[in-house]
Design a protein around this ligand. Structure first.
Ligand code: UD1
Ligand code: CA
Length: 466
């Protein structure tokens, strides 16, 4: 849609959040509120997207510019913030000349769908109205502006909660804060808006009533689903929106063939993919950029970020970050897989194992109590309990390479850089500082001394001392 531009209002302080962070940067499932709005506008086909920033504006702009977004936007600063009509006054000169209409939305309504915006805009254009507002009926309209209808059922005014009398407060039809305006006509009323209200602000909603008074057609489109237009003003609404979004995402995955044993206790970000017949157990978090194969079992209590898992992976009580996990790997419990790890098929990373930048070949096992960092392991390697890589000398990180089918004794320390040949064996408790050739046994241990009767002598000394 080339002749309509979107102006997204995000300059307000968000006082009710009681936060050092600007309201629109608060997140739902790890994505800032404002990003949802920008992406919904883009998905509705609107190419011109202008965000009005003000309070902590630089922080908002920097944060948005550093995000991986599916759509971009430009910014204009409103300083000071004198109300939504004032915000639009500042934004208008920045819009491209080919815009004949604007869609106005708030940066704090993250649950909007592109479909709702698209149909709202289409109805606005089809009606040839001067302005349109999207309204909804809410069982609890508290806090929202109320839609006051005239005798013919048209729009008479929009009255904010703070300015409303008792009869107005009883009205359940609310202003979503989403409007369309014919630009030329909007400009004829914008400068005459007054700030004689409880907040002393210039309200854009007054422009709609003013256009009506001038005899122009104004439209109220009352088809908005309540949950889509939920505005986030405080942390209770933030939590309520998170639950709605979580339900949307989890329902979609369940319909697509994924079992989620407790959807209320499962948190899946928007940008995730999951194969069929995967089972997700409670208290699991699948963060953005994660893809999970088919027939996996994830959880309970597993957190996976920006990682890819093949088919048939089992991961419970585990944290996996920016790593690749092959088919049929067995992860957990209490396993920490840090960025840059790459596990081939059928690898086991078991209880209390930490991996970092570890490349591990097919079928290799790190079953218990190990740290494997900056390491390359071949296939069929077995790492005994408690074996670790000593990869850091205080200044630099060094690599440990372990060849195919090597058998590492329990509690081996690898002082990197060090290379262990294929099929080599290390004796339990050895500290390996030198390369080990293929097929060799490396053992580094002081010889054991047995002192006969030592314990008995100790016991009789104790009794003599008493
Ligand atoms: C607003 C509407 C209300 C509607 C509700 C829907 C007004 C006056 N009221 O109320 O009718 O029911 O949204 O969620 O519009 N902003 C600026 N510059 C300013 C002031 C505000 O950019 O000078 C931005 C805010 O950052 C916010 C949006 O405008 O994104 C709306 O402001 P907010 O304070 O959240 O208004 P509400 O009280 O929610
Ligand atoms: Ca709001």
């Amino acid at each position: 849609m080339k002749n309509i531009g979107a102006v997204i209002l995000a300059a307000g302080k968000g006082t009710r959040m009681k936060s050092a962070l600007p309201k629109v940067l608060h997140t739902l499932l790890n994505k800032p509120l404002l990003q949802y709005v920008v992406e919904a506008v883009a998905a509705a086909g609107i190419e011109e997207r202008l965000v009005v920033i003000g309070h902590e504006g630089e922080m908002v702009q920097n944060a948005m510019e550093n995000l991986a977004m599916t759509a971009s936007c430009s910014f204009v600063k409103q300083e000071p913030q004198l109300g939504t009509a004032h915000a639009i006054q500042i934004a208008l000169p920045r819009l491209k000349e080919n815009c004949t209409a604007i869609l106005v939305l708030c940066g704090d309504t993250p649950l909007l769908s592109p479909g709702l915006l698209d149909s709202f805009i289409k109805q606005f254009f089809a009606s040839k109205a001067a302005a349109a507002v999207l309204s909804a009926d809410l069982p609890d309209p508290h806090g929202y502006g109320r839609i006051i209808r005239n005798n013919e059922g048209g729009l008479k005014a929009i009255v904010e909660e703070k300015d409303a009398g008792l009869t107005e407060k009883a009205i359940c039809e609310i202003n979503s804060g989403i409007y369309c305006f014919d630009l030329k006509l909007l400009k004829t009323v914008l400068n005459d808006i007054k700030n004689d209200n409880a907040n002393g602000e210039y309200y854009l909603s007054d422009a709609i009533a003013a256009l009506g008074v001038q005899g122009h057609k104004v439209l109220v489109i009352d088809s908005a689903p309540a949950e889509e237009i939920l505005g986030i003003n405080d942390r209770l609404q933030l939590a309520a929106a998170a639950k709605i979004l979580q339900n949307r995402i989890n329902s979609a995955w369940m319909k697509a063939g994924v079992t989620i044993t407790d959807p209320l206790a499962t948190y899946i970000d928007a940008d995730v993919s999951i194969g069929v017949d995967t089972i997700i157990e409670p208290q699991s978090f699948l963060r953005a950029g994660t893809s999970i194969g088919c027939g996996c079992k994830i959880g309970p209590a597993t957190e996976i970020s920006a990682s890819s898992l093949g088919d048939g992976v089992y991961a419970r009580h585990a944290i996996i970050i920016e790593s690749e996990i092959g088919h049929n790997c067995d992860i957990g419990p209490f396993t920490y897989i840090r960025p840059g790890s790459k596990l081939a098929a059928s690898v086991k990373a078991g209880h209390c194992v930490e991996l970092k930048k570890a490349e591990i070949g097919e079928g290799s096992k790190v079953p218990h109590l190990s740290y494997v960092g900056d390491a390359v392991l071949g296939h069929g390697v077995n790492i005994g309990c408690g074996a670790i890589t000593c990869n850091y000398d205080g200044q630099y990180k060094h690599i440990t390479v372990i060849g195919d089918d090597a058998f590492i004794g329990s509690n081996t320390n690898f002082v990197a850089p060090v290379n262990i040949g294929a099929r080599a064996i290390t004796g339990a408790g050895s500290t390996i500082t030198k390369d080990v050739p293929e097929d060799a046994l490396a053992i580094e241990r002081a010889e054991q001394k047995n002192i006969e009767g030592w314990a008995l002598r100790k016991e009789s000394k104790k009794q003599n001392d008493r």
